[in-house]
Ligand binder design. Structure first.
Ligand code: C5P
Length: 209
């Protein structure tokens, strides 16, 4: 039987990770959040005082090292920005590409990121593109980072600006930009909770697979 690969792409804080983890549990597959790979490289660069914008052999060497992806501090705003900068570097992307393919090739997997359906697994069994308005995504990210606490107006505006800036950078870079694959199914999630998004995704997978 063909290995089952579910690609979950979309812009920042769209709920890809939550959906992908739930899909992996439901389907009995391993899950890889590829944003964490870029975040881990960015974190190491910041710790070493390196500029995440600059493509350097050192950055590639960091991308080739095993990384601890379970750290809570990978999701702080400083690393949001640095990961997006690191992700423009060809050497880093090439090193992480192989790692992503190796992860899924034997067992199948649910993999989430920006370029999974377009570049990493263009032949994925099912491709989902998860999205929501920048405001919804900023609010969700704040609630996640601050234990369900609502942001004040100014904080929310700043978060929306950060998210839009990151989407723009991710969508306009030369290599593997954030883009919906032609054969992906778009899941708009503004008006749905995570359980409903999971049910819709499972329905799509069962119909296509
Ligand atoms: O998904 P997450 O927000 O954790 O990703 C952090 C950054 O890593 C993104 O803004 C993007 O620049 C980069 N990324 C990428 N390709 C992926 C996953 C993440 O370029 N497949």
């Amino acid at each position: 039987m063909k290995t089952l690969i579910i690609a979950v792409d979309g812009p920042a804080a769209a709920g890809k990770g939550t959906l992908a983890a739930a899909l992996a549990r439901a389907l009995g597959l391993p899950h890889l959040d590829t944003g964490l790979l870029y975040r881990a490289v960015a974190r190491q660069m910041l710790l070493r005082g390196m500029d995440p914008q600059v493509d350097a052999g050192d950055a590639v060497a960091l991308a080739l090292q095993p990384a601890d992806l379970a750290r809570d501090d990978l999701r702080v705003p400083e690393i949001d920005r640095a990961a997006s900068a690191v992700a423009t570097q060809p050497g880093v992307r090439a090193a992480l590409l192989q790692r992503q393919r190796d992860f899924a090739v034997a067992t199948g997997a649910v993999i989430d990121g920006r370029d999974i359906g377009t570049v990493v697994f263009p032949d994925a069994t099912v491709k989902l593109f998860v999205t929501a308005s920048a405001r919804t995504r900023a609010l969700r990210r704040h609630l996640q980072l601050h234990d369900g606490q609502m942001p004040d107006g100014a904080t929310l505006e700043r978060l929306v600006e950060d998210i839009v800036a990151r989407d723009t950078k991710d969508a306009n870079r030369a290599l593997s930009p954030l883009k919906c694959a032609e054969d992906a199914v778009v899941l708009e999630t503004d008006d749905f909770d995570s359980r409903q998004v999971l049910d819709r995704a499972l329905d799509i997978i069962h119909r296509r697979h």
